[in-house]
Design a protein around this ligand. Structure first.
Ligand SMILES: [Mg+2]
Length: 390
């Protein structure tokens, strides 16, 4: 059996209200998903995290090294893609293209072998995962946190046991917002903050120290991802655990974060940092060094299922009779690609999500919905044109 076909789809969902965080504003969601089909007719789905049309170009570049390969040998295919991109893309979007194909191959492999991805990874240490709500983004520039109260109350009423809010408006404003959200959600719900690398070391230290009293689960991307040493310095100055890594790639990038003792928690995005094949290796480095791993997710329901299977397979170190809950990022901002693209739908009950035990990622894509969101990109037509001219 061989991989016969790779198809890409750039999906766009225009938002009814735009929202922003410390770096930029979103008025639409635009994501590249990939379908890999084997010679026996079975297929798998993957997605990449990053600029969708650039990602799509990367997948086109990789297509010739993937087609004809055995879909059961994901490490062999991964290495061929890695060697094809190494000279140009040790970090960045081409690695997200590799990730998208790798994920689709894992889904396909699971469907061929009739086993869930968690089993292929080595087995599920847990069948339930605790999602944390990612939300509390800024809306409207005159009073960016105007929806915080309503939104925080909604997450509590939906049963979330953990919530992550945005900071990065300025230290004073952030302190006020964190205090407000903690008061709304009470003491029993975990609260994390994420500045998306908005601050200098001095500002991040000031903010961290001021919000320590609000029992913060972690401070995510306080500083620019390039400042490995400053992350380490910040860790010495606050009791709040420091998290980061959503802009990091491959085991080599995470090795650098861990070697510099930059973070307490690494957050690889599996759809960008090298796919499931590489995530397993990143997980091995994390557990070797006693660093927690909670993947970053942002995208369609395909990416969320990838995280679910991966998290179910993370070893608890140190082990103990009563294991802690394992968290999963669960974006709650407006996104039709998360809600409608795949079936069956994700269900949260009593604040937990059950890891699917169906083959592959445990989902399929509704192709009618897919085509509704798909745009025929210029890259696609250029590519078709190149094929014709050959
Ligand atoms: Mg983040």
């Amino acid at each position: 059996m061989i991989i016969e076909k790779i198809e890409t789809f750039v999906l766009t969902d225009k938002l009814s209200d735009s929202f922003f965080f410390s770096q930029w504003e979103y008025s639409e969601r635009c994501i590249c998903v990939v379908k890999v089909t084997a010679s026996n007719g079975q297929h798998g789905w993957g997605e990449g995290y990053g600029p969708a049309t650039v990602l799509e170009s990367g997948i086109k570049l990789l297509e010739p090294v993937v087609v004809g390969e055995n879909p059961l040998e994901n490490e062999v295919v991964w290495n061929k893609m890695y060697r094809k991109t190494l000279d140009f893309a040790r970090r960045g979007v081409l690695m997200a293209s590799v990730s998208a194909i790798d994920i689709a191959i894992w889904d396909l492999k699971g469907k061929i072998l009739n086993q869930p991805v968690s089993t292929l990874l080595g087995g599920a240490h847990r069948t339930k995962i605790k999602p944390y709500a990612t939300g509390l983004y800024f809306m409207g520039h005159d009073n960016p946190s105007r929806n915080f109260k309503k939104e925080a109350e909604l997450y509590v009423s939906q049963g979330f046991k953990a919530i992550k809010m945005k900071v990065g408006l300025g230290v004073k404003e952030d302190i006020k917002n964190v205090k407000m959200v903690r008061e709304i959600i009470g003491d029993d719900i975990e609260l994390m903050v994420d500045s998306n690398h908005a601050y200098t070391l001095r500002e991040a230290t000031q903010l961290a120290r001021a919000i320590e009293k609000y029992d913060i689960g972690w401070f995510e991307e306080p500083l620019s991802p390039e400042f490995y040493d400053q992350y380490n310095e910040l860790r010495q100055k606050t009791t709040i655990p420091i998290a980061g890594g959503e802009c990091e790639y491959l085991r080599f990038g995470f090795q650098q974060l861990i070697k510099n003792k930059s973070v307490d928690i690494i957050q690889p995005d599996i759809c960008a940092s090298g796919g499931l094949t590489e995530a397993k290796r990143i997980g091995a480095i994390a557990s070797t060094n006693g660093v927690d791993l909670i993947p970053h997710t942002w995208g369609t329901s395909i990416g969320i299922h990838v995280a679910m299977h991966f998290i179910s397979n993370i070893e608890s170190i140190p082990g103990r009779m009563y294991q802690p809950d394992f968290l999963m990022e669960y974006d709650q901002t407006e996104n039709g690609l998360r809600e409608k693209l795949t079936y069956p739908a994700i269900k949260m009950e009593d604040g937990y999500i059950e890891v699917p035990n169906r083959p592959g990622l445990g989902i399929d894509v509704d192709e009618d919905v897919l085509h509704e969101y798909a745009i025929k990109s210029t890259i696609d037509s250029n590519y078709e044109m190149q094929k014709i001219l050959k």
